[in-house]
Ligand binder design. Sequence first.
Ligand SMILES: Cc1cc2nc3c(=O)[nH]c(=O)nc-3n(C[C@H](O)[C@H](O)[C@H](O)COP(=O)(O)OP(=O)(O)OC[C@H]3O[C@@H](n4cnc5c(N)ncnc54)[C@H](O)[C@@H]3O)c2cc1C
Length: 408
Amino acid sequence: MAISVWEQSTYFAPKDLVIVGCGFVGLWTAYEAKQKNPKLNITILERGVIPSGASTRNAGFSCFGSVSELMYDVQLMGEAAMLETVKMRYDGLQRIQKVFKSKEIDYNQWGGYELFEGKKTVKDKKGKAPKSNKGASNETSELYDISKLENDIAYLNKILAPALKTPKKNGKYLPIYTNASKEIKNFGFQGIEALAFNQMEGQLNSAKLVLALQKAVQAKGVQILFSTEVKKFKPHKKGVTITTNLDAPLETKQFLICTNGFAKQLMPNLDVVPARGQVFITEPIKNLKFKGCFHFDEGYYYFRNLGNRLLLGGARNADFKNENTYSLDTSDTIQKVLEQFMMERILPKGSKKPKIELRWSGTMGMGKIKKPIIEQLQPNVYCAVRMSGMGVAIAPIVAQRALKLMKV
Ligand SMILES: Cc1cc2nc3c(=O)[nH]c(=O)nc-3n(C[C@H](O)[C@H](O)[C@H](O)COP(=O)(O)OP(=O)(O)OC[C@H]3O[C@@H](n4cnc5c(N)ncnc54)[C@H](O)[C@@H]3O)c2cc1C
């Protein structure tokens, strides 16, 4: 369809900033840009009829890192990089709560837990997991040694509280992580020997957050074009020319790519691998014994309550090779592992298997390390991608950093 002169001078008129991707990162960037400069003319291009990456298809954990995951991150990228990433997530979480009322996005601060099975870590002499266990980029999955738990909790509380500037009581930082192993019985878990609790994490309805952001940016004059796929972009002296599936090239002064797991499709040289995350939700379960967000196996398994239903996802490490995909199908292999995990670990022994009401998947962006990539790629072309499976909390700060880089 050729565009009309009216459309050319409005929808497709030159912009100050074009953002690709209407997920959390694209939307927060538009939101924060308008906060800084209300006059900016901004358009978001989204190829789905609704946002179609991870932001409306995740588990809604407002989390900043479980004990074993953060200890692994220290090994992987060093303490300073771990602290920086966790601070971004923590600050992002505060930003979400400042901008939106809890009711609007179903935010509940019921805390985050990590479950430990109690088997010893299987590692080679260099402390690495076997090669066959590799996932997106250099991911590995190992079992955590619970004899380290008390020490690790103490270490993380000591370094994280001052870095994050968490609340204090009587002049002392409140602990972020505590040992909650006493609760295992009350929750009814099977085969779990230890439990760590993070009182500062919460859960929300991620699609309500996306919609609230959409409404907020549109109220500030941001244009969102759905069903519009960016095919190519070409920087030039004054800006960037963007080619889409529509018969209407777009001109913009600055161009920001926020396509996370799909980053390689527009930027083949970036270290971003698509990683499918699969989820299911059960029918209501009578007397569901827990409330909150739960992680297991360095975050490879995650579950939470949604009312009295169980939402469970993950298990990518059961089939890394096939889960490095853009496909949004679900697979029998992973879904079976999740069902088994539900019956053998989460629900009390002898429970009736609940019906699964919905199964779905989304695409995450992973790489060698867990830091987001916020970079200038070419003149006037920038990217903010690779949220490493934890984009809910970090997105507002990624947005702020991208804008700083673009000097908006
Ligand atoms: C199953 C699952 C569970 C998760 N659980 C959690 C959780 O509990 N807590 C948490 O913090 N994080 C979680 N995550 C990760 C989190 O959802 C992501 O990190 C976050 O949503 C990424 O946001 P984004 O804006 O960077 O990317 P996305 O939300 O993926 O947005 C990118 C958008 O770009 C669009 N796009 C791509 N290419 C183009 C193109 N060429 N042209 C136009 N548009 C394009 C896509 O359609 C998509 O809408 C989970 C992810 C999955 C998949």
